[in-house]
Design a binder for this molecule. Sequence first.
Ligand SMILES: [Zn+2]
Length: 267
Amino acid sequence: MNHAGDTSLLLTSEEVPPVGEYNAAGRSPFFLTCDHYGRLIPRALGDLGLPESERVRHIAWDIGIAGVATMLSQQLDAHLIVQRYSRLVIDCNRPPHAASSIPRISEATTIPGNQGISSEAAEARRTEIFDPYHRRIDEIIDQRRTAGLPTVLVSLHSFTPVYAGVARPWHIGTLYQRDTTLPPLLLKHLRSEGDLVVGDNEPYAVSDETDYTIPVHAEARGLMNTGIEIRQDLISDPAGEKSWADRLARIFGEIEAELRQRGLLSA
Ligand SMILES: [Zn+2]
């Protein structure tokens, strides 16, 4: 079926756009990203061959992080950008050439709709979901620089409490690779809370092979940055989401004051 003038292979004009933004006029130095915010699947891909029970699991998205991210954005007066389609369609925090970009298997689940897809189909996922999201992040950082607003990139994620049968003890983890300023500061603040098991590059570490947002947008531009992973059972309802947004807003407020005092926040 051919629609004259519709060049899209994947997302028709009636579908939800991949990129969402909150509080775009926010003045905070913290710029929040949420790569795994949503679990939508373009209609053209059906259900990717998966039952509902798989499409709501952590393999499809970062459970709970949407609520935390939007509340944190409000409380910090910070610009937040989100990507609404499932990481099973294309993972916006993987280099597009990585095998896990369009996963054939996630945890122990085979993704039928991702088996043997053509290079054209893979390219459509990239050009219609991955590229617009990352292009917009680029633009936002450029605009902030032009406006004289400093940018500290905070990449928000959540992790499953049990992965491949192994329980994870951390409540929250700080994730980083090249930034030596913000991650230690965040670790110090999280540890001084007193009631948290804090992961230092746990349950994951950032790398050029397994990540995209931090290496490409923050590290390559020399921006201060950190990733944050919150355990999903702690943010599985609105009360949990709010308590973590409140806690992180307070901590990032303190960190901002400290960075300003040290003269580290400039555009
Ligand atoms: Zn994530």
